[in-house]
Design a protein around this ligand. Sequence first.
Ligand code: ATP
Length: 360
Amino acid sequence: MILEAAGVTKRFGAFTAVGNVSFSVREGEFFTLVGPSGSGKTTLLRMLVGMEKPTEGDLLLRGKIINAVPANRRPTCMVFQSLALFPHMSVGANVEFPMEIAGRPPDERRTRAWELLAQLHLDPNRYYDKNIAQCSGGERQRVALARALAYDPEIIFFDEPLSAIDARLRKFLQKEIKDIQRRTGKTFCYVTHSLEEAMVMSDRIAILRAGKIEQIGTPSEIYAEPKNAFVAEFMGEVNLLPVTGCVPRDNAPGAGEWTASLGKTLTLKLPSPLTVGETRKLLIRPESLRFLAEGERADNEIGVRIVNEFLLGSRTQYHVEASNGAALTVERLREDRPPETGGNLSRLGWDLADSQLLET
Ligand code: ATP
């Protein structure tokens, strides 16, 4: 393990911003801390970087406690949201700055800066002498990354570096940053409020809520098995129906009659049993819902009215309303059969294996 947090807490007065958090980051890993605003991501990152000391617990770099080692004495560096480039200096001078501080000779600095710029797809012939003020947002982002790599740090930390960049360029840079991490084999520790961004880039993700880690896992583990409704909801477009256990119609485990969503009774088959009166969230992904043809069956079926339909490239998204008033999102491939409507209602179905009962 290159980096470990062991029971780390940070309190500001009586307020606990980070509460007893433990995790470890592996050498060469792309590790992302993700969570909504105020969940403690920046506070945790500031402790990992050395800009803040934990109130309790330990931070370890290669097994050595580094709680009190200041940022400038750690073999790590940080790429900020604001990038913190020197605006009056050229691209080349910005990238060479860490090597200048380290006392490297000018020839070596220049050669390395050219290498790094080329690696980040900034043609050194064009960019080396260019002023930072003349660079676009995406170019500045790459200069900041080249400068971070010029420190040759053991870990590079990133604090929401793409949040101010427009959506198309952001997607491109996400792939570039991931690609650079792969090529350099460096350990990257990244903070974002976007789970989508975390999913694209990371080897593993830690999801924070109110200063605590809710779940740690690979993107596919988190996608396949979100630990609770908070994590599932944070993943974006998912259907989470509140279901409350009532008297099971038959005693078959998991199946039976349950009060589902908005208080009306629907007969649903559930993937695991409820106890009477208990309310949980039923997770059904939009792509797991399908419109049923005449005579076609599914474990669960409900009548729905299609409210809206959107084309999303290769998929079509339907916003539907169940007869009990619940709103659901359905996503089908464009080549799938369009929904059949009898009167105004379509039959929507899903199979038990495609739904999960989550803690709220
Ligand atoms: P965002 O995505 O909005 O940046 P975040 O997840 O990074 O949020 P933090 O900035 O770590 O959240 O803040 C976590 C909580 O700690 C917030 O409620 C914040 O108000 C509080 N907090 C952070 N720094 C301080 C401080 N110096 N003094 C008091 N409270 C603070």
